[in-house]
Design a binder for this molecule. Structure first.
Ligand SMILES: [Zn+2]
Length: 175
């Protein structure tokens, strides 16, 4: 397993509509393991493959609280098959936009169909933070970031901060 570098916005890979996985093989399972390790190390509650530079429809989530048992879920080719009309507003962040947060309104309850790490079809229902996380991560594999759900004004301010932060990181890495 490996901790992979997380790509920061703005980056074309984060705007890419990712391709479906044909076969859940050892390569995909290795990607899943690396993504979990990267997510836990960050730490975060979800991570999508494009955030580590892989444009495949793979996401991992774990919304368990600090004192709870881990609840890792890996979803290959996840698809929202139902979303509630009822919505919730949650203050979201993203490992690709570190230290930036904004209120985002999304469905409060979703049903998602996906393949697990053995390639078996599964369904999951989520509400609360799990619903937020599933929608946020599935957005990622369609090239959508949480800031795409907020006003252009707020988004532009955040993206300017990211351009600065990326320049700073590049300078630090070069030094
Ligand atoms: Zn994210």
């Amino acid at each position: 397993m490996a901790i992979l570098p997380i790509i920061w916005a703005p980056d074309p890979v984060l705007k890419t509509k990712c391709r479906s996985v044909d076969v859940v093989d050892d390569e995909v399972r290795r990607l899943i393991d690396d993504m979990f390790q990267t997510m836990y190390f960050a730490p975060g509650v979800g991570l999508a493959a494009p955030q580590v530079g892989v444009t495949k429809r793979v996401i991992v989530v774990d919304v368990a609280g600090k004192d709870e048992k881990p609840q890792p879920i890996a979803l290959v080719n996840p698809e929202i098959v139902w979303r509630s009309d009822a919505t919730q507003i949650y203050e979201e962040g993203c490992l690709s936009l570190p230290e930036l947060y904004a209120d985002v309104e999304r469905a409060s309850h979703v049903k998602v169909r996906y393949l697990d790490r053995d390639g078996a079809e599964q369904k999951i229902e989520g509400e609360g933070l799990l619903a937020v996380c599933l929608q946020h991560e599935i957005d990622h594999i369609d090239g959508v970031l949480f800031v795409d759900h907020i006003s252009a004004l707020k988004r532009n301010i955040m993206m300017k901060k990211m351009v600065k932060a990326k320049k700073q990181r590049a300078r630090e890495q070069a030094a």
